[in-house]
Design a protein around this ligand. Sequence first.
Ligand code: PEP
Length: 252
Amino acid sequence: MRQPLIAGNWKMNTTKDEAIALVKELRPELDIINNTEKLVCPPFISLVAVREALVGSTVKVGAQNMYFEEKGAYTGEISPLMLTGICEYVIIGHSERRQYFREAGETISKKIAAAIRHNIRPILCVGENLGEYEAGQTREVVSDQLKSSLSGVEKGDTLTIAYEPVWAIGTGKAATGKQANETIHLIRTFIAGRFTSRIADNIRILYGGSVTASNIAEFVAQPDIDGALVGGASLKAKEFTGIVKVTSQTRK
Ligand code: PEP
């Protein structure tokens, strides 16, 4: 039985003080929920402070990105060694990284392999854009992204995948539970072929795109959807705790 995961991607929001304040508000509400894994992914600059504010908490900390080299002349980058001991998870290949920073297959695959080598659990994001969705190319696009993003990855056990249709991110237009489950089922089938069916059965595949406390039940009630990657709603304590509570109740 896969335990659901609700991950908050704070993106480029919150100063260090705001990050601490947000996590202090979340902590008491989230700590009492134990059948759902909870994760916050603040900006790099706040990771240490958030980690310290969460000592003794069941809320985990993740990064939003990471470079694949351990150290060296890579100005502005953050390495897996720097995240070790602070983060349990790292988001890789988010559509905003693909769109604004030209991240693609080989780089993403190297980042995932590096995270796994350093015992940081990668959350690989995949998803089609609006044009691709309207052209009926979702299956093809997602399969191609999975193929290239996992090309250099040998062990899939610690992988989490987030299916995030780009047209649903930050738009208020979420996919339906049925739509998302269909693509997520396809992703699970791909993982069975790429790794093993045991790995496909065990890994968590999340939905992401305009998730709120009001629509999360529709997603986590689906057989293949194991939680959500939440953007905008993760910055509002009441909304994020609501998403976690509804997930926990739906999965009881
Ligand atoms: C995201 O950026 O991963 C995301 C899903 O954003 P939002 O929830 O705001 O659509």
